[in-house]
Design a protein around this ligand. Structure first.
Ligand SMILES: [Zn+2]
Length: 315
């Protein structure tokens, strides 16, 4: 055990459908060390629990007090039981927190992954000092973590903030949820990549097709092409900025944040879309609402695991 007054440390785990990440974090939210592995989807929940246990064993030290796990779905906060993860089948009913406590001897708490990322940015990142702020991640999907009146907004089963599935368009490709017109279906990195793939298919000699070089065109290729001035990529980002702007204005009308912090891969293109988003905000924001800063997450990919660790520090 650490000496009285010594810095306590916590392990934050970010359970994703593709990657499983863990970090040892101090009370200030600084990462001491971190590790990532590919989530063993094929192995199912038992294999992934074993992966989490291995990461915890690797990360922990004598000052480690507790573990927080950010999960991409619903959970029962009191019991630490997973209720369902859309991206990872077979997890419903798993007593994840109890399993990790039994194997590690450390207290463990579950948190929604977007809420965990919001905690990370609120306590140690770009949301520091705000009493009202929204973290929104624009990635494969769209999620949000919300702080209002200095408190996290979790809702029943931790499910508040599913803003990615608010309907925003009359028509779209099918959303990951199977419905049409969700914000996620038109503004996620997946949606941007899909539009870019169509442009690349129509212009096989164009910059996007050349950059992708035989692999599926993704949002990241759009960013690379736009930064070298490719007109097609800039047009794709202009359209993306409009879709993002609609959702960001909705967030401002519903939650009245002082700041919006954007994470996820698409946030790396925020500088290229700032003017387009600002134009939508000017057009649609109700009178009396201030134009709040929309900034990129300062912890980058670490927001979720840092936030999960800081959540564990409250135990
Ligand atoms: Zn949806």
């Amino acid at each position: 055990m650490p000496a009285p007054g010594a810095s306590r440390r916590f392990i934050g785990v970010d359970l994703g459908g593709t990657q499983l990440r863990a970090a040892l974090v101090n009370e200030a939210g600084s990462v001491v060390r971190a590790q990532r592995v590919l989530t063993d989807r094929a192995g199912g929940p038992e294999a992934v629990v074993a992966q989490i246990e291995a990461l915890v064993a690797e990360m922990r030290d004598d000052a480690t007090q507790a573990i927080g796990i950010g999960i991409p779905g619903a959970f029962d906060a009191a019991s630490g039981v997973v209720l369902g993860l859309p991206a990872l089948p077979g997890w419903a009913g798993l007593a994840l927190a109890a399993r990790i406590t039994a194997s590690s001897g450390l207290a463990c708490v579950l948190e929604n992954d977007a809420t965990a990322a919001a905690i990370g940015e609120w306590r140690a990142g770009a949301g520091r000092g705000c009493d009202h702020f929204v973290y929104v991640t624009i990635s494969t999907g769209i999620g949000a973590g919300i702080v209002v009146d200095g408190r996290l907004l979790r809702g029943a089963r931790g499910q508040a903030g599913e803003i990615g599935h608010c309907r925003i368009a009359d028509a779209s490709d099918p959303c990951s949820c199977g419905r049409i017109g969700c914000w996620e279906a038109v503004a996620s990195g997946t949606a941007l990549g899909r539009r870019a793939a169509r442009v690349a298919a129509a212009h096989p000699e164009g910059t996007l097709a050349r950059l992708a070089h035989g692999v599926p065109v993704r949002a990241a290729h759009v960013g690379t092409a736009a930064r070298i001035g490719d007109a097609g990529a800039l047009a794709l980002l202009a359209e993306e900025a409009v879709w993002l702007g609609y959702g960001l204005v909705n967030i401002q009308h519903i939650y009245a944040p002082e700041r919006i912090v954007m994470g996820g891969g698409v946030s790396q293109l925020l500088d290229l879309m700032a003017d387009g988003i600002a134009a939508v905000v000017r057009e649609r924001l109700l009178p009396g609402f201030p134009h709040v800063p929309i900034v990129a997450a300062s912890l980058g990919d670490d927001s979720g695991m840092v936030g999960a660790a800081l959540r564990a520090s409250e135990l």
